[in-house]
Design a protein around this ligand. Structure first.
Ligand SMILES: Cc1cc2nc3c(=O)[nH]c(=O)nc-3n(C[C@H](O)[C@H](O)[C@H](O)COP(=O)(O)O)c2cc1C
Length: 321
C-alpha cells in the first residue's frame, strides 16, 4: 500500500517537505510527496519560485512527484522534458483543482467539462511523454455520473496511477465523498487507483484500506497537515508526541521567516497549518482567537505556548473542517 502526501498549495512546499522529512522520517514518511500544482508557462520559462519547488537539491531525502496544471499538451510536454532532465521519472496531471479562476480557464477540474479536448490532450501527451504520467481527478463538474465517460477516456491511456478525489468541482472540499461512484471506478479502472478524501485518523485509514483492498494507495492531505505523524500511526507505530510537534512547528516558523524575509508572512503561513493542527488540542476554541490575532513573533509565541501548556493534547482527535 502506497501512502502519499497530497499536494496542498500554501502548505506542502519544499520547506514543509524538507522539515517533515527531518522530523518524521522512517515509518512516518510518505512514500511520496507531490508538489502543489505548477503551471507550465506558454513562454516555456521556469520561474525562480517554481525552481525552488522542483530542483532536486531542494528535495533531497524523499520521493517527489511534480504536479502540473495545464490544458496545453505542448506546454505540458515541454515541462515534462525539463523535469525529465532534472531526473524526475513521473509527473502528475491536476484534473481536480476546483478554484473558480482555474476552472474558468478550463484547467484543473474545469478540464473535465470538455471530455473531447481532454481526450486529445491525453492522446498527445501519452504519445510523447518522456516520463510516466499519473492523474489526480475529481468525478466531474456537478454530477458524479460524469465520471463514467471520463473513466472510459482514462482507460485508453497508460495512466501510471489514477488518484480519485470522489467529489465534484461544485462540492469544493465539502459534502460527503461519493463512495459508490468511487467503488465503481475502482472496479472499472485499468490504471492502479489511489483513494483521496476526508480520511483524518489512523483508524479511518486502516478501515478504508481493509474495506477497499483493490486500491494501490491512499493519498492524505488535511489529516496529515493536522497530524504530521499520522502515517506512523497508520503503520502501527507510536502516536505523535507533543514535543516533536512543537519542535516541528518552531522549525517551520524559523524556515519560513528566512524564506519570506518577514516574520508576519511566516506567521500567516503557520496560522494556515494551525487551522488544521489545533483540533489535536482539547478545548482549543478558547485560544483560537488569541492565535488568530497574533501578528508579531512575541504574540504568536505567547499563543503557541498557551496552546501547548494549557490544553490537553489528543493526537487521535482529528476533526478536520
Ligand atoms: C488549501 C488546499 C490546497 C490544495 N492544493 C492542491 C494542489 O495544489 N493540487 C492538488 O491536486 N490538490 C490540491 N488540494 C487538494 C488536496 O490535494 C486533497 O485532494 C484534498 O485536500 C482532499 O484530501 P484530504 O481530505 O485528505 O485533505 C488542496 C487542498 C487544500 C485544502
Amino acid at each position: 500500500m502506497l501512502y502519499e502526501f497530497a499536494p496542498m498549495e500554501g502548505f506542502t512546499d519544499s520547506v514543509y517537505r524538507r522539515t517533515h522529512a527531518r522530523f518524521f522520517p522512517g515509518d512516518a514518511a510518505p512514500d511520496r510527496f507531490y508538489t502543489p500544482f505548477i503551471s507550465p508557462t506558454h513562454e516555456h520559462l521556469i520561474t525562480p519560485r517554481q525552481l525552488r519547488e522542483i530542483l532536486p537539491e531542494h528535495n533531497r531525502g524523499f520521493a517527489l512527484v511534480p504536479q502540473l496544471l495545464s490544458n496545453s499538451a505542448e506546454d505540458f510536454l515541454w515541462m515534462c522534458g525539463e523535469l525529465a532532465g532534472m531526473g524526475y521519472r513521473e509527473v502528475n496531471l491536476n484534473l481536480g483543482c476546483p478554484a473558480g479562476t482555474v476552472v474558468a480557464k478550463s484547467k484543473g477540474a474545469g478540464f473535465l467539462r470538455d471530455p473531447a479536448a481532454l481526450d486529445r490532450f491525453l492522446d498527445t501527451v501519452y504519445a510523447q511523454t518522456p516520463v510516466k504520467v499519473s492523474i489526480k481527478t475529481r468525478l466531474g463538474l456537478s454530477d458524479p455520473e460524469e465520471f463514467g465517460p471520463l473513466l472510459e477516456i482514462f482507460n485508453r491511456y497508460p495512466v501510471s496511477e489514477l488518484i480519485i478525489h470522489p467529489r465534484v468541482q461544485k462540492d469544493i472540499y465539502r459534502n460527503e465523498v461519493r463512495l459508490p461512484i468511487f467503488e465503481r471506478a475502482l472496479r472499472e479502472s485499468k490504471a492502479p487507483v489511489c483513494y483521496n478524501g476526508s480520511l483524518y485518523t489512523a483508524a479511518a485509514c486502516r478501515t478504508f484500506v481493509h474495506t477497499h483492498p483493490a486500491i494501490c494507495g491512499l493519498m492524505l492531505g488535511r489529516g496529515l497537515i493536522a497530524n504530521p505523524a499520522l502515517l506512523r500511526q497508520i503503520r502501527g507505530g507510536a502516536p505523535l508526541e507533543k514535543a516533536t510537534l512543537r519542535a516541528f512547528l518552531d522549525t517551520l516558523l524559523a524556515e519560513y521567516t528566512v524564506l519570506f524575509g518577514s516574520p508576519q508572512s511566516a506567521i500567516r503561513r503557520m496560522k494556515g497549518i494551525w487551522s488544521y493542527t489545533l483540533c489535536l488540542f482539547a478545548g482549543h476554541e478558547k485560544l483560537e482567537r488569541m492565535l488568530r490575532r497574533a501578528n508579531d513573533p512575541w504574540d504568536y509565541k505567547t499563543a503557541v505556548d498557551c496552546i501547548f501548556t494549557q490544553l490537553k493534547f489528543l493526537p487521535d482527535a482529528v476533526d478536520v473542517k
